[in-house]
Write a protein that binds this ligand. Structure first.
Ligand SMILES: [Zn+2]
Ligand SMILES: [Zn+2]
Length: 351
């Protein structure tokens, strides 16, 4: 029997506690839509910005059900769905677009020029027992030994790191190290992809001692304190005085963007994925390498890249970072923990 209501964490006003409510079930899926029973929903810092009203115009209206890192089981299928059956374990790619522009047809709906759709942000998300997925193509099926709740956080942090490292591939040169700036969740996955794909020694930079230690365990060859006065000199020394072949900035402050540009070798690549709004000065008179460095920006990852990351996870070539499972009823404590940086790994709420 299809229930009439479901439990959901509802944002009713910015900067106010999320309310646990019984709300109407999502509509029955039609066409290529799929209704999932949510197994778990990952939470990240962008949820806090959304709940605090710091993303102008988002969500489009209140009350709203947040949650963009969703893993679940197929519950109901639209009549056009071909690839799934009831009970299939899946994760959901949060992006979506018009479905017919040149970006959408190549799985880069995130760059859609017609429509911005993001699960839990512009449409109801995973802080709920059920969530409606707009199209079966936004889902990735899991093997039987991966729980959707374990895989849920992969749909954001893990793929953002992947998208960035993939952009660095043309610059990798095993004779020169690569640099990873910022070893939070995205950077931790970034280190794993660098280890898999670069063939290079890896220099990790962070400002906390625990993260520097963890970086070595996740694949870094060297770890350096981002607060050190001699940081750039130390990186250059490890790079034989020439500079690193690629620098990936997972943070994006003035400091990290400038460091990335300063220490990347001639014709190397700086990949900018951190969104902290940093400003950098390009000046070939003080650093001639600036005239030939390649700077690229990287937003999220494509739907195809989510499938690739799930394949890496399910074949054991990457490992998940620690996940703390909490009941949806604790969502306000969870938000507070993230707001105050009290979360070492990732939190997944269970509705
Ligand atoms: Zn996220
Ligand atoms: Zn589009």
């Amino acid at each position: 029997m299809r229930p009439e209501t479901m439990k959901a964490g509802v944002l009713t006003a910015y900067r106010e506690p999320i309310e646990i409510q019984a709300v109407p079930m999502p509509p029955k899926p039609t066409g290529s839509q799929v209704l999932l029973k949510v197994d778990g929903c990952g939470i990240c810092h962008s949820d806090i910005h959304l709940a605090d009203g710091e993303q102008p115009g988002l969500p489009p209206s209140l009350p709203h059900i947040m949650g963009h890192e969703v893993g679940g089981y197929v519950y109901e299928l639209g009549d056009q769905v071909k690839g799934y059956r009831e009970g299939d374990p899946v994760v959901v790619w949060a992006g979506g677009g018009c479905g017919h522009c040149s970006y959408c047809i190549s799985g880069r709906d995130l760059l859609c020029t017609e429509e911005f759709r993001w699960l839990g942000t512009t449409i109801p998300g995973g802080y709920a027992e059920y969530v409606l997925v707009e199209n079966e193509r936004f889902m990735v099926k899991l093997g039987t030994d991966t729980l959707p709740r374990e895989a849920a956080p992969f749909t954001d942090a893990a793929i953002t790191g992947y998208g960035a490292v993939r952009k660095a591939i043309p610059y990798f040169d095993p004779e020169s190290p690569v640099l990873a700036l910022g070893i939070g969740a995205i950077g931790t996955y970034g280190l794993q992809y660098l280890k898999l794909m670069s063939g290079c020694e890896i220099i990790a930079v962070d400002v906390t001692a625990e993260k520097l230690e963890a970086a070595l365990a996740w694949g870094a060859t060297y770890s350096l304190d981002g607060n050190s006065e001699s940081l750039e000199d130390d990186i250059m020394a490890l790079a034989g005085g020439q500079g690193v072949c690629a620098a990936i900035d997972f943070i994006g402050t003035d400091k990290t963007v400038n460091t990335a540009l300063a220490v990347t070798r001639a014709e190397g690549g700086v990949i900018q994925t951190g969104m902290a709004g940093g400003v950098a000065r390009v000046d070939g008179s003080t650093n001639p390498r600036h005239w030939s460095v390649n700077m690229q920006f990287s937003l999220g990852a494509s739907l195809k890249q989510l499938r690739e990351v799930m394949a890496l996870l399910q074949t054991g070539r990457i490992r998940p970072i620690a996940v703390d499972y909490r009941p949806l009823e604790e969502i306000n404590e969870v938000h507070d923990d993230i707001r105050h940086n009290r979360v070492p790994g990732r939190i997944v709420v269970i509705p």
